[in-house]
Design a binder for this molecule. Structure first.
Ligand SMILES: *Cc1c(COP(=O)(O)O)cnc(C)c1O
Ligand code: SF4
Length: 348
């Protein structure tokens, strides 16, 4: 067994231990966990500085997860309807998701796939194989995003088998992997994994970080190993109330990501998923954060703010409005400081 597998086995899953650690009611922890289980790696647990802090909120079960709310749904992204083959979610014309794992190192309390913690979908080898056959028979697909769960929780040989088969498909131009392991289980990014991954270039990895406190010497070392293997790194962040719904926190996170060679890619509005109402922020909060990034910090640090529309609509970018008015062919914009500038357009 590799070290990361031991760490995973040793993760905190015991309700009474968690309750005692943070002086919670054990009965409440059990009640929430019976609906949405928890698992917290010892490493991620060590990042908690105080009960209720941004790391704590992301991983410790909360009574509010059991609140009912009219807006929220089990499958908010309508993924079940976009599944033409097992393990495939195909929404866009030229790229798709391949879901290869139903496990995560740490169960995020705000997760879009929360429903899968309840009824684990079956990702057996033959389903993944059929998913790959679908991709192979669909020449329009140029980019496959290997996701889950967390694909890096598969054993290295098993993941390699999947990558090899995808790489053998001529029309797949590049492969992407989405993973949260650098953030919650950095020891997963070991030498053996990295030397396997670098055989399957062009390969991109998108990591998931939500708070500057998650960028530690350990996670930075994991990211460095990936970047040194020539893997371009992007990140996604979910906007979460009480965790990172603050322009200074997001700006600091984006800068820290760049300093460890990760290009911020998406900032997501949180999805309408059961049990996550307490994490939701109004759209205006995200738009305000975007306004305070653009121009005020490196353009490299500015992600796309996007909402994944309910019912399978897909991702839509949300951009603060810089256009003030249009008079004939003269457009008036306000720059990042709010100063108006006129731009004469050319006749069509
Ligand atoms: C997010 C997502 C993708 C990837 O979208 P990009 O904008 O290309 O990163 C692809 N398919 C589905 C179903 C998705 O939800
Ligand atoms: S790592 Fe991703 S898929 Fe897994 S629980 Fe967290 S948000 Fe969900």
């Amino acid at each position: 067994m590799e070290q990361w597998q031991k760490s995973l086995e040793n993760a905190l899953t015991d309700a009474s231990e968690l309750a005692e650690m943070f002086r919670l009611s054990e009965e409440t922890v059990r009640r929430v966990a019976s609906v949405f289980p928890f698992r917290i790696t010892r490493y991620y647990l060590s990042l908690i500085r105080a009960k209720g802090d941004p790391i704590y909120r992301q991983c410790v079960p909360d009574e509010r997860e059991l609140q009912e709310s009219g807006d929220l749904m089990d499958d908010p992204l309508g993924e079940e309807d976009l599944t033409p083959a097992p393990c495939v979610v195909h929404r866009y014309p030229d790229h798709c998701l391949l879901l290869v794992s139903n496990c995560c190192a740490c169960y995020c309390r705000f997760c879009t796939r929360k429903r899968k913690f309840r009824t684990p979908m079956c990702v057996d080898d033959s389903s993944v194989r059929r998913g790959i056959e679908y991709i192979a028979s669909n020449p329009a697909i140029h980019d496959v995003l290997v996701s889950g769960g967390d694909p890096l929780l598969l054993e290295t040989d098993h993941l390699e088998d999947i990558l090899r088969r995808l790489r053998a498909i001529g029309h797949v131009d590049f492969i992407r992997i989405g993973t949260r392991t650098p953030c919650v289980l950095p020891e997963r990014i070991n030498r053996r994994l990295v030397s396997m991954l670098k055989k399957y270039h062009p390969l991109y990895i998108n990591v998931h970080f939500n708070h500057p406190d998650e960028i530690t010497p350990e996670s930075a070392a994991a990211l460095t190993r990936l970047a040194d293997a020539g893997i371009p790194l992007g990140s996604q962040t979910v906007l979460l109330r009480g965790v990172n719904d603050d322009p200074e926190v997001i700006r600091s996170l984006m800068r820290k990501l760049l300093s460890v060679r990760v290009k911020p890619y998406y900032l997501f509005q949180s999805d309408l998923i059961y049990g996550t109402e307490h994490f939701r922020t109004p759209l205006s909060v995200g738009l305000d954060i975007m306004k305070r990034l653009r121009g005020w910090t490196s353009g490299m640090a500015v992600p796309h703010f996007a909402i994944d529309l309910p019912c399978g609509g897909g991702k839509v970018p949300l951009v603060p409005d810089y256009l003030e008015k249009v008079e004939g062919r003269v457009y008036t914009f306000r720059n990042f400081r709010g100063v108006p500038y006129r731009y004469p357009d050319i006749e069509e």
